[in-house]
Design a protein around this ligand. Structure first.
Ligand code: AMP
Ligand code: FE
Ligand code: FE
Ligand code: ZN
Length: 299
């Protein structure tokens, strides 16, 4: 008897593509993070990120190195920055994505913001000296070693010099709003920040809305041309993320997310804690492509 003819096996079902995640809010030591771009990209690979955006405060200097480090690791890279803006007395952080790094106006404005930051370090140190904390500005600049220094560098210098035992203590005692060394930052309006990002070929996204005291500013910024809302963030609870996703849908804003990792600035690095599902990153890219196609090249 002949053995029964083998039943041809059904073709194997195509394996679903691996889940692709992005982290679109990251800092390096070009601002107040502690990782080099290469270290940051390495951590991204370790936690399985398919795409990363660098969003240092008021600088894009880390982007070329980060782009190369990501290329080597097969990670998609987006050049960005985090700008400080103001609307109705509220400080707002606006993320710019897909920025043209050599854009002249962007370069000019970032330089101005950096000068303001450097002057502010001198003012914060002067205020500390007035309350008998003899910190020297030179020690803050030496520690920061970047053109875009900020309060975390002053905090770390206070810890390093033994005036505070932790960064939290430095913020709580001296650096938080209305504490003795707090110096308001000169901010551009949200409208100006959005326009600056757009003229540099980028998309503008409001960072960590859950850290603000008011949501009233969001519809106003949507009117002003804001492209997206950072619904996923290390300091957002799942309920907050849901809430902002609903708001983004209502205001026709793109949904983004990121860890806001500053390296070892405050304990364990946050990278890997927030993973934006690839579908949202895809929509962001598509919007950028549409916008680029619609905008004639600047002379
Ligand atoms: P600045 O841009 O100089 O006003 O500093 C703002 C940055 O300080 C934020 O981006 C955070 O990285 C950091 N920051 C704010 N509050 C705290 C805090 N309580 N402890 C540690 N870092 C903080
Ligand atoms: Fe920061
Ligand atoms: Fe921020
Ligand atoms: Zn940030």
């Amino acid at each position: 008897m002949n053995p029964p003819a083998a039943i041809p096996s059904a073709p194997a079902a195509a394996a679903p593509p691996p889940a692709a995640f992005a982290d679109l809010h990251l800092h390096t030591l070009f601002s107040d993070g502690t990782f080099t771009p290469e270290e940051l990209a390495g951590h991204g690979a370790r936690v399985g990120l398919a795409a990363m955006a660098l969003t240092d405060h008021d600088t894009v200097e880390g982007c070329p190195r980060m782009a190369e480090a990501c290329r080597v690791l097969g990670i998609e890279f987006v050049a960005g920055a985090e700008l400080t803006a103001e609307l109705d007395g509220t400080e707002i952080h606006i993320l710019g994505y897909f920025l043209e790094l050599e854009n002249p106006k962007l370069q000019t404005e970032l330089k101005k913001f950096q000068t303001v930051r450097q002057n502010r370090i001198h003012e914060m140190v002067a205020r500390l000296n007035r309350v008998n904390i003899p910190l020297r500005a030179e020690s803050v600049f030496a520690l920061a070693n970047c053109r875009s220094p900020g309060r975390p560098h002053v905090g770390r210098a206070l810890v390093q010099a033994g005036f505070c035992s932790s960064l939290d203590e430095a913020f709580d005692r001296f650096l938080k709003k209305n504490r003795p060394a707090w110096v308001p930052k000169c901010k551009i309006s949200a409208r100006e920040a959005i326009a600056l990002i757009h003229q540099a070929g980028g998309l503008a996204v409001m960072a960590h809305p859950g850290l603000n005291r008011t949501d009233d500013v969001i519809p106003i910024m949507a009117e002003q041309g804001l492209d997206g809302l950072e619904c996923f963030h290390s300091k957002h609870t799942p309920a907050m993320s849901e809430y902002y996703m609903e708001m983004a849908g209502r205001l026709k804003l793109l949904i983004t997310g990121g860890s806001d990792c500053h390296g070892y600035s405050k304990g364990k690095p946050l990278i890997g804690g927030v993973k934006l599902p690839g579908v949202y990153f895809q929509r962001l890219k598509e919007r950028h492509q549409t916008q680029t196609a619609a905008t004639p090249p600047q002379p």
